[in-house]
Design a protein around this ligand. Structure first.
Ligand code: SF4
Ligand code: SF4
Length: 433
C-alpha cells in the first residue's frame, strides 16, 4: 500500500484542520491533526484511509484509473453539444476591456443561405446527439432591420429542428428583441452587468460613450417578466470587484435572486488574444478567489447572488459528493463547436474568428481540416506529459487548450489550475461549520 497519486492534501484556510480530496476514489474528508499525520506516514492501521482510497495498491489504482477513463469517454459521447453561432463580430458597445476590439471588419454578412447551410451541417454532423445553439458575437442582438430578420430566421429554424437557443448579449436591445425571443425555444439569455450604474457605465458604454445600465436592467426585467431564463454575468477585475456587494444587493432588491429563472456567473477578465490596455487590473484565477473569499466573509449577502465554485468545493457542498474525475477540461471539438457568419468552423469561443484557427467550413462549401480536428480531440490529461504525474489532474483536467497554446506555443501542454489553493479556500468557505 502507498498513498494515492491523486490525494490532494492541504490545510483548510484559517483553520487547524486539514482536508484530503481524491477524485479517483471519489472521496473527500476533513482531517484532524492525528489523522493527517497517519495519512502522511501511510499508516494502514486506520482502516478508513484504505477504504476511502487514500492508501492504495498502485496496481489496483492504475486499473481503476483506466476504468474511469473509459467511462469518461463513453459518457462524453452522450453529452449535449453546445454549438455557438457568431452572427457578426461587430458591436454597438465599446467596452474598456473588449478582447474582440482587435478583430478586423470583414466583408461578409449573415444571410439566409448561410443559415440554411448551418442547420444542414449541424443536422448531418451531429445527428442523434443532444445539442443546442448559442448566439454569440460581437453583439448578436443589433438593432438593424436585416440583421433582426436573420436572427428571427435562426430562432424560427431552431424551433423547427426542435433545438433550444441561448444567446450571449450585452442586453442593450432586449426590448427590440423580446417579441422574437417569445416565439422561440429559449434556454437562457446571458446578459452582462459589471456592477451598479456608476461602475457598469464606466466599463460598458456605447460607442460614443453613452451609458447602458438602465436599458440593460429594463431588459433583464422584461426577460424574467416573460419567463425567459437569465444568466447574469459580471466580468470582474480589480477595478470593479469592490462593487460586487452593491450589485448583489441591487439584484436582491429587484427581486431577481428570488426567481428560479435567474442565475449568475462571474467571468474573470483576462488577457485572451489582444493586449489589455491595463494588465495591472487583471486577476489571476487564485487572486480572484482569494478576494471573493474575503468579500463573502465580510458581505455574506453576496451568496444570495452568487456562490463561487472554488474548484469542486461548491459541488461537493451542494451535491454531497465529488464530480466524476475530469480527464479533459477542454470541451472544444468534443462537446463544443463554434461557427461564424463567414462560413468557418472553430473549436470554441476562444478561437472563433482567430486567424489560423479555422478547422473547416460549412459555407459556401463543406471542408474539414481533419488533422487539426484530431489534434484537438486527442488532447487530454493523458496526452500532456506534465499532467500525467500531477496529483490534481483529475480535477484540473489539463485546463484550456487555447490558453495552453497562447502560453506554451502548443496545445498539447498544460494550462495549470490552482486546484489545491482553491480547495483550501472553498472548503473553509462552504464547510466552516
Ligand atoms: S480551448 Fe479553452 S475556451 Fe476553448 S473549449 Fe477548450 S477550455 Fe474552453
Ligand atoms: S494542467 Fe497543470 S495542474 Fe492541470 S493537470 Fe496538468 S499539470 Fe496538473
Amino acid at each position: 500500500m502507498q498513498t494515492s497519486k491523486y490525494n490532494i492534501v492541504s490545510k483548510v484556510k484559517d483553520s487547524e484542520q486539514w482536508f484530503v480530496v481524491n477524485s479517483l476514489s471519489g472521496q473527500a474528508d476533513i482531517l484532524d491533526r492525528a489523522t493527517y499525520l497517519q495519512l502522511q506516514k501511510g499508516d494502514e492501521s486506520n482502516p478508513e484511509l484504505v477504504e476511502n482510497g487514500y492508501l492504495v495498491d498502485p496496481v489496483q489504482e492504475k486499473k481503476l484509473f483506466h476504468e474511469k477513463y473509459l467511462r469518461f469517454l463513453d459518457d462524453r459521447e452522450k453529452d449535449e453539444i453546445q454549438i455557438f453561432l457568431v452572427t457578426n463580430y461587430s458591436c454597438n458597445f465599446d467596452c474598456s476591456y473588449c478582447y474582440q476590439a482587435g478583430y478586423e471588419q470583414l466583408p461578409f454578412t449573415l444571410s439566409k443561405e448561410l443559415i440554411d447551410s448551418f442547420f444542414e451541417y449541424i443536422g448531418n454532423e451531429f445527428t442523434g446527439r443532444r445539442k443546442y445553439i448559442t448566439l454569440f458575437g460581437g453583439e448578436p442582438f443589433l438593432n438593424a432591420l436585416r440583421h433582426k430578420e436573420n436572427i428571427g430566421y435562426i430562432i424560427q429554424k431552431a424551433a423547427e429542428y426542435n433545438l433550444e437557443i441561448a444567446a450571449v448579449t450585452n442586453g442593450y436591445y432586449l426590448d427590440e428583441y423580446i417579441e422574437l425571443l417569445k416565439g422561440g425555444k429559449i434556454r437562457e439569455i446571458q446578459v452582462t452587468l459589471d456592477g451598479t450604474a456608476g461602475m457598469h457605465n464606466k466599463r460598458r458604454y456605447l460607442k460614443g460613450g453613452d451609458p447602458t445600465f438602465d436599458r440593460i436592467v429594463h431588459g433583464v426585467d422584461l426577460l424574467l417578466g416573460n419567463r425567459i431564463p437569465v444568466n447574469l454575468r459580471m466580468v470582474v477585475d480589480k477595478q470593479n470587484i469592490g462593487n460586487l456587494p452593491d450589485l448583489a444587493q441591487f439584484a436582491i432588491d429587484k427581486g431577481w435572486t428570488a426567481s428560479s429563472l435567474f442565475k449568475t456567473q462571474l467571468g474573470r477578465n483576462y488577457e485572451l488574444h489582444e493586449c489589455q490596455a491595463n494588465h495591472s487590473k487583471l486577476y489571476s484565477r487564485l487572486e480572484l478567489y482569494q478576494d471573493l473569499y474575503d468579500l463573502l466573509k465580510k458581505f455574506p449577502h453576496i451568496s444570495q447572488f452568487h456562490k463561487p465554485a472554488f474548484s469542486v468545493s461548491k459541488f461537493l457542498f451542494e451535491q454531497g459528493e465529488l464530480p466524476a474525475p475530469l480527464f479533459d477540461a477542454c470541451t472544444g471539438t468534443k462537446t463544443e463547436w463554434a461557427f461564424d457568419f463567414t462560413g468557418n468552423i472553430y473549436a470554441c469561443t476562444a478561437t472563433v474568428g482567430k486567424k489560423g484557427e479555422s478547422l473547416g467550413t460549412f459555407y459556401p462549401e463543406v471542408t474539414k481540416n481533419i488533422p487539426a480536428v484530431e489534434e484537438w480531440q486527442d488532447r487530454d490529461i493523458l496526452s500532456i506529459p506534465k499532467c500525467q504525474t500531477c496529483s490534481v489532474s483529475l480535477i484540473c483536467g489539463g485546463g484550456c487548450a487555447s490558453m495552453a497554446k497562447n502560453y506554451n506555443g502548443t496545445m498539447n501542454s498544460p494550462d495549470c489550475r490552482p486546484v489545491t489553493e482553491l480547495l483550501e479556500l472553498g472548503i473553509a468557505s462552504y464547510f466552516n461549520e
